[in-house]
Design a protein around this ligand. Structure first.
Ligand SMILES: NC(=O)c1ccc[n+]([C@@H]2O[C@H](COP(=O)([O-])OP(=O)(O)OC[C@H]3O[C@@H](n4cnc5c(N)ncnc54)[C@H](OP(=O)(O)O)[C@@H]3O)[C@@H](O)[C@H]2O)c1
Length: 263
């Protein structure tokens, strides 16, 4: 059981705090936010506590930092001295984009156990992917507790930090690419006469179901495609069109372009 604190209850902080509120590992959940009312509202909804940044910094076993990158320095100026005098064990968990473990250590001190996480937008509905990189001082049981705290937000995947940008090209940017695909599928159905609302709902559900099938069966996507394409049928005609328009190459290049933008 752990005392879990979230500094910053915006989009990401509130989504992950909601997940932590569902975890049996959470003994106390503490929320703080610059606009206090926002944290107060969420605390009332989740039945947890709204406190100040400093109170969280003094007591949280897992202290999540969920502020925008440009706000990090100011926040650490405020809470850094409190973290520095703590003698009990605690882990700082940063989701601040672009701040690597080395930078976080420089800002927080070399001795502070630090975990970097990179959630994506679908954590808001429990279908996200949160990438997790821990420094060498974070204990296996602490990483396990973190995975449990975030489990209700979706998949939590540990990886080495040098792979984070490649993975983010899929998990972080992917929701935009997937949304484009859903929209384009719906446009096709609308062009063929289906009302827009139904077209969007069917396309999104189809994407979710296909993703679920691939995850649960671990079937290769190419094999699933082959199963759907009956000889002489309609699906292979659609696949032929997608290949003609270099669909797969375009998607692969989209991920590489996103990865290259990181540097
Ligand atoms: N959104 C994404 O898809 C995504 C994905 C991965 C990582 N991230 C990272 O997650 C972090 C949060 O992003 P977000 O989209 O959740 O941003 P957001 O919605 O703007 O939330 C940031 C929150 O931090 C609060 N805040 C700012 N300074 C503070 C301070 N000194 N003390 C306490 N609270 C403070 C803000 O309060 P106010 O209410 O006063 O503005 C706001 O509620 C960012 O570093 C971002 O890079 C985001």
């Amino acid at each position: 059981m752990a005392i879990v604190g979230f500094i910053g209850t915006g989009n990401m902080g509130s989504a992950l705090a909601r997940a932590a509120a569902k975890s049996e590992r959470t003994e106390r959940l503490l929320l703080s936010n610059r606009t206090v009312e926002k944290a107060r509202r969420l605390a009332a909804e989740l039945g947890c506590e709204q406190r100040s940044n400093k109170e969280l910094a003094a007591v949280a076993d897992y202290l999540f930092l969920a502020v925008k990158p440009q706000m990090l320095q100011g926040l650490l100026d405020e809470i850094g001295p409190l973290l520095a005098v703590r003698r009990d064990r605690f882990v700082v968990v940063s989701m601040v984009a672009g701040k690597d473990l080395r930078t976080l250590h420089r800002l927080l001190g070399e001795q502070t156990p630090v975990v970097r996480i990179m959630p994506n937008i679908p954590v808001q509905v429990g279908g996200g992917v949160t990438l997790l990189c821990a420094d060498g001082t974070v204990l296996p049981e602490e990483r396990e507790t973190l995975r449990a705290l975030l489990a209700a937000s979706g998949m939590v995947a540990e990886l080495e930090e040098h792979l984070l940008d490649a993975a983010t090209g899929v998990t972080g940017c992917g929701p935009a690419f997937a949304a484009l695909f859903v929209e384009a599928l719906a446009d096709g159905a609308v062009a063929c006469g289906l009302p827009r609302k139904q077209a969007l709902a069917y396309a999104a559900q189809m994407m979710m179901g296909t993703a679920k099938l691939l995850l649960e069966t671990e079937e290769h996507p190419g094999a699933l495609k082959d199963r759907v394409c009956s000889p002489g049928g309609s699906t292979i005609q659609g696949v032929r069109k997608l290949e003609e328009r270099a669909f797969r190459a375009a998607v692969t290049d989209a991920v590489i372009a996103a990865y290259e933008k990181e540097f």
